[in-house]
Write a new protein. Structure first.
Length: 448
């Protein structure tokens, strides 16, 4: 019997008593209200499923009893941080992010809140069944001693200080904490995840135990209850807060590709905020080392999202292997997204060059035209502008390839949270945003 069978029994029981897991959703397509006509040449949504209400406390305590004493009315969410095919039709592995979190401004300073600090990030297996996302299984991410890693900030002075739901009480930092994002499953049943704090690459056993966390050289993360190896380029220490690794892909030969969500803050935050240049890294699971680094250039923000003029809103949230050394890369803001096709050529490798030295001036991030400066920027080809496709939810963070012309997309609903003091009512429970975790199937007219 699976060690998580009690959780599955509990989920079935909640369905039996009428928990509203089914959400009525219309099938929509670009330019129509009832699906694309036969022979349509536009990308369109063919099916939609949504996750209903499952109390976060019940979910968490079924995996690690006693971890959550008060879920403040928050339901399971955040599982759309990434999605990876689980083998059977309609089934996927997903991963939560660090848990419910928000920001409240106190005396002019935004403080990071963790309303459910005991929440432990989890790997969640789901099935899209009709218009419903069903939770099939869940695996808690744990330390070497079996405790939950939590999603709390790691290091004082480097990560945001953690606070209670109302930003009135400081919480303790936790070096075990992971802000999990991308997920792939290896052939041996173990998982690889990426994390925004380090940023780091995390190898997790089939049962959820952290086997190794790979972090940038010089991070000096101490006190973690699992092995920490400094194996990533030191330049990654300049990652923007909350913008570490978010995308993760597994190439056919087993190598992994990690995407930095945003440009590094090199030489400072202002340069990173204005930059269009970010980085992808290739990691050999056999050598346990980074073997290549690639420069990736965003399109201008108003091209990705015509309603946005702030370059710092650009992010990479997903990378997906589509054969050989080719990847789909998702460029997005919170309101729009585009999928680009790139190929990782050997001549594009900048690992160990001048732009891995944080004293290089101008930095990669400061270059207005990297190619003119001799940087081999990855060539890209637009596959689909998701902002033009009806039925695609906002803030898509997970993309999986279903077949040659179909993608599965899933959004991050942030556990129904919003920022600001109004996220919770006067008695403490969440004022839910109403945004659901939604999975859609996207049909591409020309395939990949």
């Amino acid at each position: 019997m699976s060690p998580h069978a009690p959780f599955r029994r509990r989920v079935r029981r909640s369905v039996a008593v009428g928990a509203p897991l089914a959400v009525v959703v219309a099938l929509v397509a670009a330019g129509t209200a009832a699906g694309a006509p036969a022979g349509s040449q536009a990308a369109h949504v063919t099916r939609t499923a949504a996750l209903g209400d499952l109390p976060l406390g019940a979910f968490s305590n079924a995996l690690l009893p006693g971890t959550v004493d008060n879920d403040r009315g928050v339901n399971l969410g955040g599982i759309g941080s990434d999605i990876y095919p689980a083998g059977r039709n309609g089934e996927y592995w997903t991963v939560t992010d660090r848990g419910p979190n928000g920001q409240i401004k106190v005396s002019g300073t935004k403080l990071r809140t963790f309303p459910v600090p005991g929440f432990d990030p989890a790997i969640v297996k789901i099935r899209a069944s009709g218009d419903t996302i069903k939770v099939l299984d869940a695996i808690p991410i744990t330390t070497s001693s079996g405790k939950g890693v939590t999603g709390l900030s790691n290091q004082q002075g480097r990560d945001e200080a953690p606070y209670s739901y109302d930003a009135q009480t400081a919480l303790s930092y936790n070096p075990n904490g992971l802000d999990t994002e991308g997920i792939v499953r290896a052939g041996d049943g173990s998982f690889w995840l990426v994390d925004e704090y380090g940023p780091s690459l995390v190898h997790v056993s089939a049962r959820g135990k952290v086997l190794t966390r790979y972090v940038p050289k010089g991070l000096h993360l101490t006190g973690a209850d699992y092995p920490v190896v400094e194996a990533l380029p030191a330049v990654l220490l300049h990652r923007k807060i909350n913008r570490g690794f978010e995308g993760l892909a597994q190439l056919p030969g087993g190598d992994l590709v990690m995407a930095l969500q945003s440009p590094l803050s090199l030489p400072d935050g202002d340069a990173g905020e204005a930059s269009l240049n970010t980085r992808l890294l290739r990691f050999s699971t056999k050598k346990r080392a980074v073997t290549a680094e690639y420069a990736y250039r965003f399109d201008p923000v108003n091209v990705v999202d015509p309603s946005e003029d702030d370059t710092s809103e650009l992010k990479i949230s997903a990378v997906v292997a589509v054969g050989g050394d080719r990847l789909l890369v998702e460029e997005r803001t919170d309101k729009a997204a585009r999928l680009q096709l790139v190929e990782l050529g050997r001549k594009s490798n900048i690992l160990g060059g001048p732009y891995d030295d944080d004293t290089t001036s101008p930095s990669l991030e400061q270059l207005d035209d990297p190619a003119a400066s001799g940087v081999p920027v990855l060539a890209k080809k637009l596959v689909v502008d998701l902002g033009t496709v009806s039925g695609v939810p906002q803030k898509v963070e997970g993309v999986a390839r279903v077949d040659h012309d179909t993608l599965a997309l899933i959004n991050d609903n942030d556990f129904g949270m919003t920022d600001g003091a109004g996220a919770f009512d006067a008695q403490g429970p969440l004022v839910d945003s109403g945004i659901k975790t939604t999975l859609v199937y996207l049909k591409l007219p020309h395939g990949i």
